[in-house]
Structure formats: structure tokens, C-alpha cells
Write a protein that binds this ligand. Structure first.
Ligand code: NAP
Length: 266
């Protein structure tokens, strides 16, 4: 399957690396900034022009932000073959907006995909919303590609932005938490290299695996770690004093409100 990727920013280049890891080597990439192509290995330089990419791809992933999407669609649609599925990662758009720019009654299958950055190692959990009629064959191709890049979840297109605000943001939150724990370890006196990112991230992974295996509620795990009057509850008390749960809830809620804001600004 020939896969075209347009927009090689954060998620477009992660998609590219995930595809290579999953063994998809027939990739065509385009970005309005040609220097971004140079950072990718194994790219056949010939079809780097937008028109060539559109004509020669069996499926096109569009990974640009919502304020760039209308212009891009206008540029590319004349060159896209009739039945080529368009997979959009863009957040802050809705069905009515899309219908204005890619009439959904046309034969291009239009699909919203909401991956997370873990797609770069083919471990994304991706939401998929089909916006119009997709042939069985095209659906099979799309799902084969997306399951090779992690797990998938069929979602309604009305919840794409909520899905992005929560699930696509999680790696960023974990990144903050992990780097703060490394700072904490240094503050306590460990050398930065000793309990490296690797050790702390392994413990995070092992904890999550244990939670998944035992099906224990996270609050139960927290209680199991806290001995009465012990050292962990001392730290947890500090977190609760600073309303960490409220901060987390508000952070995700603000992301969701922002996705609504950018939609109304279109
Ligand atoms: N990052 C994530 O983890 C993630 C996850 C799920 C969904 N999303 C959504 O995916 C979309 C893209 O996010 P991102 O983080 O990848 O943004 P980004 O880093 O800004 O990447 C977008 C890329 O597309 C390029 N571009 C813009 N217009 C173009 C055009 N007409 N032709 C070719 N290339 C064009 C941009 O070039 P310039 O640098 O010149 O602007 C940039 O390189 C957003 O709507 C975001 O919400 C992101």
C-alpha cells in the first residue's frame, strides 16, 4: 500500500517513523517546509511534490493544524484519485466544516484519526471516525494500517476533540511527571545518571503493567504503598495539599475548551 503523509510536524513525522517500524516502506511525504523532508530517512525524493504524492498514494494522511487545512485541501483535492481515503489527524474541525471543504457526498472516504505521539514507535491508541461511505476494501486497508501502529477505537466524530484532549495529551502529562521525578531524585541526592530516566520510566511501566494485570483500582494501589505514618503518605499529603487532582482535572478540561475555541475561530 502506498501511503502519503502531508505535514511533517510532530504527529506527521511520528506517523512516518511508526510506519517504517511497522514495515510500511512505500511512503511519500510532503511538507511546505522542504527542510523537514531531509530529517527523514529512506524517503524516495521523487514524489515529494504535493501533486505527485496525491496522484500516487493509495491512502493519504493529513497532519496539519486546522488553520492550514482549508488551503491545503484546495491545493491537493484536484490531484487525489477518486477513491483514495483521506485520513485527517487535525483537531478543531467538525463535520459541517469538513463538508464545506471536502463534500462528504464525494467519493473520497474521509476519516478522522486521533493518534497520540506513541505512534512513532507503533504503540498509539488511535480513535477512528468514518465520516462518509467507505468501501469494505478501503476500510480493510485503513484498519490494517492503523492496527499495525497500535490499538484502535471506533469513535463518533463528535467526540474526536474530546478524545484528543484526553488521550492524545496523556504522553505530554507523563513526560512532565517523569522529568519532575528525575529532578526530585537529583534533589534528594541521586546523581542524575544513577536513577536515570530509564529506571524511573521502567518503574512507571511496571506499575501500569501490574495495575492492568491485577485490575486493581489505582486508589487501592496507592493505599498499598502507603504504610501508616510512613514516608509515602508524607509525600502524598503534600500533593493533596497542592490540589494535584484538581490541577490535573482542570488541565485536561482546559485542553478540551481550547479545542472548542479554535473551532469557533475558523
Ligand atoms: N502532536 C500530537 O501529539 C497530536 C496528536 C493528535 C492530533 N494532533 C493534531 O494534528 C494536527 C497537527 O499537529 P502537529 O502537532 O503535528 O502540528 P505541527 O507540528 O505544527 O505540524 C504541522 C506541519 O504541517 C505543515 N503544514 C502546514 N500547512 C501545510 C501545507 N499546506 N502543506 C504542507 N505542509 C503543511 C507545517 O509546516 P509549518 O511548520 O510551516 O507550519 C508543519 O510542519 C493538529 O491539529 C493537532 O491538534 C496532534
Amino acid at each position: 500500500m502506498k501511503i502519503g503523509i502531508i505535514g511533517l510536524g510532530n504527529i506527521g513525522s511520528a506517523f512516518y517513523h511508526g510506519c517504517r517500524k511497522a514495515g510500511h516502506h512505500s511512503l511519500r511525504c510532503f511538507d511546505r517546509n522542504p527542510s523537514k523532508l531531509k530529517t527523514l530517512t529512506g524517503i524516495n525524493p521523487e514524489p515529494k511534490q504535493l501533486a505527485l504524492l496525491c496522484e500516487s498514494s493509495d491512502l493519504i494522511v493529513i497532519a496539519v493544524k486546522n488553520n492550514d487545512l482549508a488551503h491545503l485541501l484546495q491545493q491537493m483535492l484536484p490531484f487525489v484519485k477518486e477513491a483514495t481515503p483521506l485520513l485527517l489527524t487535525t483537531v478543531g474541525i467538525d463535520r459541517d466544516w469538513l463538508d464545506m471543504h471536502v463534500p462528504l457526498s464525494m467519493s473520497h472516504p474521509v476519516v478522522r484519526i486521533i493518534p497520540n505521539i506513541n505512534i512513532m514507535s507503533a504503540h498509539s491508541h488511535t480513535g477512528i471516525a468514518y465520516l462518509n461511505k467507505v468501501s469494505d476494501e478501503a476500510r480493510q486497508h485503513i484498519e490494517m494500517l492503523m492496527t499495525s501502529l497500535g490499538t484502535i477505537e471506533h469513535i463518533d466524530d463528535t467526540v474526536c476533540d474530546a478524545f484528543a484532549s484526553l488521550y492524545a495529551s496523556i504522553p505530554a502529562y507523563l513526560g512532565i511527571f517523569l522529568s519532575a521525578m528525575v529532578d526530585a531524585s537529583e534533589h534528594i541526592g541521586f546523581l542524575r545518571e544513577t536513577p536515570s530516566y530509564q529506571t524511573i520510566s521502567n518503574i512507571m511501566i511496571q506499575t501500569l503493567e501490574m495495575m492492568n494485570e491485577t485490575h486493581q483500582h489505582p486508589a487501592v494501589i496507592k493505599d498499598l504503598v502507603c504504610s501508616p505514618s510512613g514516608i509515602t503518605i508524607e509525600g502524598i499529603n503534600e500533593m493533596e495539599y497542592h490540589k494535584i487532582r484538581s490541577v490535573i482535572i482542570k488541565s485536561f478540561t482546559n485542553s478540551y475548551m481550547k479545542s472548542k475555541d479554535i473551532k469557533t475561530q475558523q
